[in-house]
Design a protein around this ligand. Structure first.
Ligand code: CTP
Length: 387
């Protein structure tokens, strides 16, 4: 049984939150509803208190202080912005600002509001803070339009709540701070063009997910991921090599840093902020070297830390180069994968790697990326234990 604070904001989906209360109460949870004034234009607060089998308390603060989980469903664009900015001008936003535990929100709004840059920025802020989202989903919206903006179904929200409540952060990496960089950087040439690479971010996302499952506090430095970020990790967008460098070095004191991202080795020396118009002449682009983030981290590495690099190369002489990279960049572990094979690596769900550390080398046979992630983290745990 968990104590759940359920915020309900003013949207047509507010009536569906009644079903959510019923599901949560049936599952044995103690639900305390908090409705905004505009939610009460759709459904009365009394309905929620009756479904939650609760009296509306004169002083709601004891309930707010004790919550194990804050859920806001539906979450309007307006309250979403308030929570992202830390504005506290009603009971719900005050509770959100005072609450320090997990937060799950189920946004519901018009598709154009959902897609507006302002909302995207606020969503990124919330995600970076560890707030989890369920939905919105595609479907018919209040105004008769169709698009992404409908609140997730109460059953889906209830299922996510169970998952959050049962997710025991009690694995072997409990209390460890793990930073994983994933994806491939894009170095702008002008306002619309970039120099990039084929890395999808699958391998890094799998490592972040596995580290989280093992109880670590995970930050994912996301460079243009083609896959969704795993749940429960803090996502920091790092689209360029300079972004990866800044954000990784800001976290150089982490217990474990895994650099899976394909960070550009070169970026255009000049970047135009406008789109370069087409003409008949050829376009000479000068590329300048970027900083090597792994090497910079290796130079700052603290004794208790485990630093992991990836080496994407052909088998021969790639393996030998991977051995050299481990030493020259100061990494404890290098994960080598052969990018010339098209059945594994970049766009594939599978990988086959060689783990290179001071103690020796071990091949992990071709397997789904989550199994490779588990093998890499087994090795990381072994190195942490040896510290
Ligand atoms: N890396 C980095 N910063 C860069 C380039 C690479 O931190 N500017 C990291 C990658 O995240 C990876 C490791 O260094 O963990 C090795 O990357 P890889 O591309 O295999 O090697 P490079 O050092 O770039 O050398 P080369 O491209 O010549 O193989």
């Amino acid at each position: 049984m968990a104590r759940i604070l359920l915020g309900v904001t003013g949207g047509i989906a507010a009536y569906k939150a009644c079903t959510l209360v019923r599901l949560l109460v049936r599952a044995g949870h103690d639900v305390y509803p908090v409705l905004t004034a505009s939610a009460e234009r759709f459904v009365s607060a009394e309905t929620f208190f009756a479904l939650a089998r609760k009296q509306r308390a004169g002083d709601p603060y004891p309930h707010l202080a004790q919550a194990d989980l804050l859920v806001v469903a539906p979450l309007t664009a307006n309250t979403l912005a308030h929570i992202a900015l830390g504005l506290a001008d009603d009971l719900l936003t005050e509770a959100a600002l005072a609450h320090s535990g997990p937060v799950l929100v189920a946004p519901a709004m018009n598709v154009r509001m959902w897609e507006h840059q302002a909302t995207r920025d606020h969503v990124a802020t919330l995600r970076a803070r560890g707030v989890e989202l369920v939905g919105p989903v595609e479907g018919e919206l209040a105004e008769g339009e169709v698009g992404l903006g409908r609140m997730a179904e109460p059953e889906a929200i209830a299922a996510r709540i169970e998952e959050i409540l049962t997710r025991g952060p009690d694995g072997p990496l409990l209390g460890r701070r793990v930073v994983v960089s994933a994806g491939g950087t894009r170095e702008p040439l002008d306002a619309v063009r970039f120099v990039g690479n084929r890395s999808s971010g699958r391998m890094g996302a799998a490592i972040a997910e596995e580290a989280r499952r093992r109880g670590a506090e995970v930050t994912l430095l996301a460079a243009n991921l083609a896959v969704p970020a795993p749940r429960g990790v803090v996502v920091v967008e790092t689209p360029t090599a300079a972004d990866v460098e800044r954000e990784a070095l800001a976290r150089a004191d982490a217990d474990v840093i895994v650099m899976t991202a394909a960070v550009a080795d070169y970026r255009p020396a000049a970047r135009s902020s406008a789109k370069r118009p087409k003409d008949a002449r050829s376009w000479q682009v000068e590329l300048e070297p970027t900083a090597d983030v792994l090497a910079a981290l290796g130079a700052k590495r603290h004794p208790g830390q485990v630093l992991v690099g990836f080496a994407a190369d052909g088998l021969d002489p790639g393996l030998e180069r991977a051995r050299e990279k481990r030493l020259s960049k100061g990494a404890d572990l290098v994960v080598f994968n052969d990018v010339t094979r098209d059945d594994i690596g970049f766009d594939s769900d599978e990988n086959e790697v060689v783990l290179l550390s001071e103690e020796g080398e071990r091949t992990v046979e071709k397997a789904p990326k989550h199994e490779i992630a588990a093998a890499v983290l087994d090795e990381v745990e072994r190195l942490l234990d040896a510290r």
